[in-house]
Design a protein around this ligand. Structure first.
Ligand SMILES: NC(=O)c1ccc[n+]([C@@H]2O[C@H](COP(=O)([O-])OP(=O)(O)OC[C@H]3O[C@@H](n4cnc5c(N)ncnc54)[C@H](OP(=O)(O)O)[C@@H]3O)[C@@H](O)[C@H]2O)c1
Length: 170
């Protein structure tokens, strides 16, 4: 799980572990991850911007989930360097190790250049480029484009799926 310490990533690590999956948590700050996960998932130090840190956590896994996201006006930690170039680094490593599937959490609105979210560090533009790196990789993948995420029970929103090469929304 890349972005394991984020709001979405931490839920995924816990839920997948509870369902019996063996999950590796990749974190820039292992101490933060240790507080979140204790012993439920092995923690690997890694940074999407440092491709050499991605090989150890990725080697030998069946699937990679990327729930990482850059800081909207984060300069070198912003969407260009995380959501595009960082994701492209991850795609390269996943290809090298022939991982079976890549799940990328992107965002609603990425296909709309004038979407208001693009006012925030061009986040959607860079997310789109990250998606393209994955689509062009030849890997098996799923791209999820959520709207605003709430940590509460579902049931009031519509589920839409982006299957391989097919965008159903945004
Ligand atoms: N939340 C929403 O409403 C919403 C809506 C649409 C789309 N999305 C997308 O869904 C995904 C998850 O969102 P979220 O709200 O859960 O994100 P979040 O809470 O902001 O977490 C972002 C995660 O990315 C990690 N990260 C940032 N830069 C990294 C790097 N260079 N290398 C490795 N990890 C890095 C962060 O690690 P640190 O803990 O070390 O900072 C953190 O774990 C993101 O792609 C986001 O854009 C979210």
């Amino acid at each position: 799980m890349v972005g394991a310490t984020g709001r979405t990533g931490r839920l995924l690590v816990k839920k997948l572990s509870k369902r019996g999956y063996s999950v590796r948590a990749l974190a820039r700050d292992p101490a933060k991850a240790k507080i979140l996960f204790g012993g439920i998932a092995p923690i690997y130090r890694g940074d999407l911007q440092k491709i050499e840190t991605l090989t150890k956590p990725v080697r030998g896994v069946r699937a990679v989930v990327c729930a990482a996201g850059g800081v909207h006006f984060g300069g070198s930690e912003g969407p260009k360097y995380v959501d595009y170039l960082g994701v492209a680094n991850l795609v390269e490593v996943v290809r090298e190790f022939q991982v079976g599937h890549f799940v990328l959490i992107s965002s609603v609105g990425v296909s709309k250049p004038f979407h208001s979210m693009n006012l925030f560090g061009k986040v959607l533009k860079w997310k789109r480029r990250g998606e393209e790196a994955l689509r062009e990789s030849g890997l098996s993948y799923t791209i999820i484009r959520p709207g605003g995420l709430l940590d509460e029970e579902g049931g009031v929103t519509t589920k839409l799926y982006s299957a391989r090469g097919t965008s159903l929304m945004g």
